[in-house]
Design a binder for this molecule. Structure first.
Ligand code: SF4
Length: 252
């Protein structure tokens, strides 16, 4: 039996078609965009709190499917109890769990943090390895985490594609791809060298605070004239969407 199409459902493909595929950016546009990002935020870095490369690694592992703000609430107490792999391994899974129980998936994360700490002690002399393969071999560490650590702790020009960068890349036309790996490969190809180190942070900050998932704030975006996303949102639409979200939260 043929499914009935609601008026709302019928509108969706039309809206998508209207938006179409964003056009890819030229090299000059990419350069100009990153010049503007750099001007707006000359020294971008991660918002995750850490005191050394090891605690950065732990913080990034804890941030999977959680917000940086949520992780930052839990980690100061954890890191004052254990800021090295040896101390974390000695603390043990149960105590780590207590420190991080406000973070989603904390049971599994506690297990991974203790196990990766044991492995760092046993296989890397208690140091965080400076290469992707060794990092990715640790429990709970995938390509994205390895890229963040390589970039932020060791100053390597890697670009870790998280949900924000994936959205910004595809939405704007800067770096399109069906998977985070494809978007990463596009960015590696397109972002000019002077901007490679900061690109990861600029794009995350842009996605988190301006090019937001539900309602991008196009009216205050520094790359609006370069971005292929259509139609651009107006401040009025943004305020309305925020009010509606607030009302829904109040009703819940
Ligand atoms: S113009 Fe809008 S969609 Fe494009 S990058 Fe800026 S906020 Fe995102």
């Amino acid at each position: 039996m043929a499914r009935k199409t609601t008026p709302q459902a019928a509108k969706k493909p039309a809206a998508k078609a209207k938006r179409g595929k964003p056009k890819p950016w030229t090299a000059a546009e990419v350069e100009e965009a990153f010049r503007r990002f750099r001007k707006a935020s000359p020294a971008p870095t991660t918002e995750l709190q850490s005191v050394n490369p090891y605690t950065l690694l732990v913080a990034v592992v804890l941030s999977a499917q959680a917000t940086d703000a949520g992780v930052n609430k839990a980690t100061p107490a954890l890191f004052s109890a254990a800021d090295t792999p040896a101390k974390m391994a000695a603390l043990g899974e149960e105590k780590v769990r207590d420190f991080i129980k406000t973070i989603g998936l904390y049971r599994n994360k506690a297990k991974n943090v203790v196990e990766l700490s044991r492995r760092l002690v046993a296989e890397h002399g208690g140091q965080v390895p400076r290469n992707r393969e060794a990092l990715e071999a640790l429990p709970g560490v995938g390509r994205k985490t390895a890229n963040v650590v390589m970039n932020t702790a060791f100053g390597e020009a890697t670009i870790a594609v998280d949900t924000h960068i994936f959205r910004v890349g595809n939405r704007t036309g800067l770096a399109r791809g069906k998977t985070p790996e494809q978007v990463e490969a596009q960015l590696e190809k397109k972002v000019p060298q002077p901007f490679r180190l900061g690109a990861h942070h600029w794009l995350i900050l842009h996605g988190r605070y301006v090019c937001k998932a539900r309602t991008p704030e196009c009216w205050r975006c520094v790359v609006a004239d370069l971005c292929a996303y259509k139609p651009k949102t107006t401040k009025k639409q943004g305020v309305l969407a925020e009010t509606q979200r607030g009302n829904r939260r109040d009703a819940e």
